[in-house]
Design a protein around this ligand. Structure first.
Ligand SMILES: [Zn+2]
Ligand SMILES: [Zn+2]
Length: 135
């Protein structure tokens, strides 16, 4: 039905903005990051930020959020300074909490949807019963 797709008229200033806002310091930051730890083999652009005890392998943020490591024991990688470790811990905790929150929301929405569908079908049933009785 909706074969007439409207093209996006909005311009995209992100590209230029990103280039302008990116200082040369980013390179230095990246160098430091590379010195601290390796990048994920699966997600090459992601840093290893933790270690999966169950798989005995380092994992990145993306790895942790996949089903592959669901329920696995994820521990912090030895990153050197305790400050860095605290940061990783914080970041990982936030990501895991966020994921749980999103999952919870999905489950809630789904059950809510089921309620609505049930109500709708109940009403339909009632209506058809009434119609049949009237006839
Ligand atoms: Zn990964
Ligand atoms: Zn794992």
């Amino acid at each position: 039905m909706s074969s007439a797709e409207r093209p996006l008229v909005r311009p995209e200033p992100d590209g230029d903005e990103l280039r302008l806002r990116r200082p040369s310091r980013a390179q230095a930051d990246r160098k430091i990051e590379n010195e601290i730890e390796d990048h994920c083999q699966t997600h090459l652009h992601k840093k290893m930020e933790a270690f999966c005890e169950d798989c005995s392998s380092p994992v990145c943020m993306d790895c942790i959020l996949t089903q592959d490591h669901k329920g696995h024991e994820i521990v912090n990688i030895q990153t050197g300074s305790s400050r860095q470790r605290a940061w990783f811990e914080e970041k990982m905790k936030a990501a895991i909490e966020k994921k749980a929150e999103v999952e919870h929301q999905i489950i809630r929405t789904r059950s809510h949807l089921q309620e609505i569908e049930k109500e709708a079908s109940d009403r339909r049933q009632t209506l058809s019963t009434i119609f049949n009785e009237v006839r």
